[in-house]
Ligand binder design. Structure first.
Ligand SMILES: [Fe+2]
Ligand SMILES: [Fe+2]
Length: 139
């Protein structure tokens, strides 16, 4: 069963991957290695958003459509990473990356995803944390 702990775990992994990519660019690692990291960021971001959208459905999150639109925008950012790197070079990419796509993802986790968590905590009947529902508990 999906739960907030899994989403938190994925957020940590996502942030690690973004950091790894950032470091690779700053350290002027080979373009092939950087492309590989970008591909990993793209596929992990997709996986994470799909997981989160499943949790939104499962928990009846009311803002699901607008949240999905935010995800689409963020995916677009990741799809432009290679072109951007080729266009501006490593040094400018690094500055831009921190402020724009990475910053947007962090803000999304902090503010957008927080609303899903709050919704689940408000409406939690126990399923999302694997807690036994009240009605099944013995005194
Ligand atoms: Fe998320
Ligand atoms: Fe999200």
């Amino acid at each position: 069963m999906l739960d907030i702990a899994e989403i938190d775990r994925q957020h940590r992994e996502l942030v690690n991957m973004f950091n790894r990519l950032n470091d690779a660019v700053k350290n002027h690692e080979s373009r092939n290695d950087i492309y590989r990291l970008i591909d990993e960021v793209i596929s992990y971001t997709r996986l994470h958003f799909a997981t989160e959208e499943q949790l939104m459905v499962q928990s009846g999150f009311p803002e699901i459509e607008s949240h999905k639109r935010m995800h689409e925008e963020l995916i677009k950012d990741t799809l432009h990473l290679k072109d951007k790197l080729d266009y501006v070079g490593e040094d400018m990419f690094s500055d831009w990356f921190n402020h724009w796509p990475f910053g947007r993802v962090l803000a999304h986790i902090q503010y957008g995803d927080k609303q899903i968590e709050d919704h689940i905590n408000r409406n939690d009947s126990g399923f999302s944390r694997g807690v036994v529902p009240d009605t099944l508990q013995t005194a």
